[in-house]
Design a binder for this molecule. Structure first.
Ligand code: SAH
Length: 395
């Protein structure tokens, strides 16, 4: 086993639960390869066992800080069982069969994301360092009691890792290949997820409880859903009694799926509007038409994939909020969201204040939310708290 010395100044960082050790903090062990298990020591004592990565700036991902643990099948078994127990306690599987089963760092398996879609799992890796352990991990997932799994699909590597993506293309890891798409339920609402073609692993599961919130506040409203993907917020709004829902996304395939999902829920897609368009161009057109809505949901992709991009991203969020807020009727609702881990909740609220000022509107905060319980993150790991969702009233 590799041995890596942890500088004393990082001891508290690791013991408090931050799962990453950067390469510039340690001496890289000679001859070590991605996927090797490292014994992390401080002052000669074992502090953690960690997954070594030879290529990433994150040199070590902590797998355990418990002295008794060894790395291998019993540890994977325990991690998966604990993760499932947490979901089972909080999610009614009869009404919701799409949820995140393993949320990487938050479930003690840093770099591993596993989503459950009606008996199929979609697995995504942040690093190729997991590959030597993948067969064991798949075995642990496949034999999870009480899940009645039919298949496990490898969704691939994080898109920034092009070499790893080429070396390990998507495909079935175990059992049957999932149908394309898989039909799932979310609080009783029907959705479809393409594990093969879809963005993320098929759905943006982290917005589940926020879709439920939008459903509760949509009755009688004209709703505009910006960056709608396959229409999750739109269907929630329509089922909640919205008068008319307009969905806007630049991905044509997602828009076709949105129409299908409306029909699946017994809603007539022709009573609603689906625009395959750039949101910024759509909003300019809406200016010209003088279009007004009673509720706008705005859930763009991350504008700040890197820390250096934060100032630019903040002003882009503010501009977007301003452009959208001009179309909210007085007394209407505006829900803004950001999925960038580099934008904190306070920074995000500042972009909304700034956007509101530019649009000469005043916002009242009704609810500020983060990701739901199936997306846990260690408290000592603020990088894990990427999702912000603010529901406001527009005066
Ligand atoms: N709210 C969605 C998830 C949105 S993810 C849900 O609950 O499922 C962001 C979406 O923005 C993606 O579907 C992507 O296709 C779309 N997108 C990115 N840039 C865009 C642009 N400039 N105009 C329109 N859509 C865009």
């Amino acid at each position: 086993m590799l041995s890596v010395q942890l500088p004393r100044r990082l001891l508290a960082h690791v013991l408090r639960g931050h799962p990453w050790i950067y390469s510039d903090a340690i001496e890289r062990p000679a001859g070590a390869r991605a996927g090797d298990i490292a014994r992390v020591t401080c002052g000669g004592k074992r502090v953690a066992l960690a997954l070594y990565d030879d290529d990433s700036p994150i040199a070590l991902r902590v797998l355990t800080t418990s002295k008794q643990d060894r790395v291998g099948p019993p540890l994977w078994r325990r991690r998966v069982d604990e993760a499932l127990a947490l979901r089972r306690a909080a999610i009614d599987f009869e009404r919701t069969d799409a949820f995140r089963l393993i949320n990487g760092e938050g479930d003690g398996l840093p770099g591993v994301h596993v989503d459950h879609y009606a008996g199929y799992l979609a697995l995504k890796l942040d690093t190729p360092a997991w590959r030597p352990h993948l067969a064991e991990l798949v075995e642990a997932l496949a034999s999870t009691p009480g899940l009645a799994l039919r298949g496990i699909w490898f969704k691939g590597h994080h898109k920034r890792d092009a070499a790893a993506a080429a070396a390990a293309p998507p495909g079935a890891l175990w059992g049957a290949e999932p149908p394309d798409p898989v039909e799932v339920r979310e609080h009783g609402m029907r959705l479809i997820a393409s594990l093969q073609r879809g963005q993320k692993t098929g759905l943006f599961l982290d917005q589940r409880e926020n879709r439920a919130l939008i459903r509760r506040v949509s009755a009688g409203r004209d709703v505009l859903n910006l960056f709608s993907y396959n229409g999750g917020f739109s269907i929630a709004a329509a089922l909640g009694g919205a008068r008319r829902v307009t969905s806007v996304d630049s991905a044509g395939a997602a828009m076709d799926d949105a129409r299908r999902i409306f029909a699946l829920n017994g809603l007539d897609p022709n009573a609603h509007e689906f625009a395959t368009a750039d949101v910024f161009a759509f909003l300019e057109g809406a200016d010209a038409r003088g279009a007004r809505y009673d509720l706008i949901v705005c859930d763009p992709p991350s504008f700040a994939p890197r820390k250096q991009a934060v100032p630019k991203a903040s002003s882009a969020y503010a501009r977007l909020h301003a452009a959208a807020l001009r179309h909210v009727r007085p007394g209407g609702l505006y829900a803004g969201s950001s999925c960038s881990s580099h934008i904190t909740a306070e920074m995000f609220l500042e972009t909304m204040r700034e956007g509101a000022a530019r649009a000469r509107r005043v916002l009242r905060l009704l609810e500020l939310r983060e990701a739901p319980l199936d997306h846990p993150s260690p408290l000592a790991f603020p990088e894990g708290r990427y999702l912000k969702f603010a529901l406001t009233r527009v005066d």
